[in-house]
Write a protein that binds this ligand. Sequence first.
Ligand code: SF4
Length: 457
Amino acid sequence: MGACWGKILWIDLDTSTSQVEEISSHVYRQYLGGYGLGVKILLDNQPARIDPLGPDNILAFVPGLLSGTRTFFSGRYMVVGKSPLTGGWGDANSGGSLSPEIKACGCDGIFVRGCSQKPVYIHVTETTVEIKSAEHLWGLDTFETEDKLVAELGPGIKVATIGPGGENLALIAGIFNEKGRTAARSGLGAVMGAKKLKAIAIRGKKKVPVADPALLTRANKAIALPLQFNLHQVEKVIGDAAKTWVLPPLLRRRIDFKPTVKMVVSSLKEHGTGAATAISVESGDAPVRNWKGVGMVDFPWKYSSKISDKSTEPYVTKKYRCANCPLGCGALVSVNNGKYATKETHRPEYETAAVFGSNILNDNYEAIIKANDLCNRFGLDTISTGSVIAFAMECYERGIITAEDTGGIPLVWGNADSVIKLIEDIAYRQGLGELLADGVARASKILGHGSQEYAIH
Ligand code: SF4
């Protein structure tokens, strides 16, 4: 069978040992890779009712089934485990180029159980598995950790790491690779922190087997066809199509006119997922004012358009794409001057722009870039972080959280400076950050005073 190796790697941090388990081909046929393989292995091996932050929780890094082959859009990996945030199934996924590297080590997933007594990182190649001390990395942010490991292990090493958020067991912490590609959701960064696992560092050289290379090439061509268009071509297609209405119906029928798909594809290529932030706010899809607001009323176009599509262009320094992606929706951005100055960093995704934009009534895109960058460095999920801050703002407005609780920071709608400060406090569990670090549901339970009514989770 192509695309997989038929084996997974187990690492036990209690005993500092590793072993390989053979997986039969029918498991792949039934469950594929990624989440499917992850859930099958966890179901077979993980007892019920375990503590998600205890040694029995299995944390797994599982590439999609076709990752490591040339298949387009196959460059993502999944992280799975029991979520400490919800107490249920936890999963998150991330792009970049780490996923094919796991496959190039000759395994279809890395499954970690146990808890180390001291900080460690796992170094995997196609021939070796090492559990090494991470005492020198503990306390560093995700960017610093990646830089250190690349310096230590050599260029080409791929790193997935936690930041201070995960180390401090913030239940809204994620796992980060390539300084901003993020397996953000479910609080799995806290699971890594509880295991004292600072990072995994991967470098493989094995070529993933492909059963039918010619078929794969044909499939890739078919996938790539609708991606050939850029926005200007699409605009021309629309213009030309308009003209066709004056053409005889017989001729019109010969024109293949499917602008919607092409528009979506080309917008994604040009502006990333943030292409539709303003439209989402207007249409009621994006959260506004802690989910209570109405886009057209509370955050109308004159504001939402400042954090969406074309308004983000001046900050773009470079385009970015995950491994084997023919579309490339990513970009790097920077803010050169002012109080939100930020060195080159990943462009905020739509969800990030929404939670740090419309959901807190902030129309300053530079502040959103800064908030995104800080979350990436401190290792926090931007969606959960923005959401819990919006919740705190509503509680502040209603007098449930006071200036005394915030250390004098006015937590008013649109105050981006307070957001920047709170992100750090959440990562280090200091001040109000201690309350917010475990997400909206827990914060509202502790706060009481009717705050549950404003807790959207
Ligand atoms: S670059 Fe964008 S479209 Fe391509 S795989 Fe990554 S997230 Fe998906």
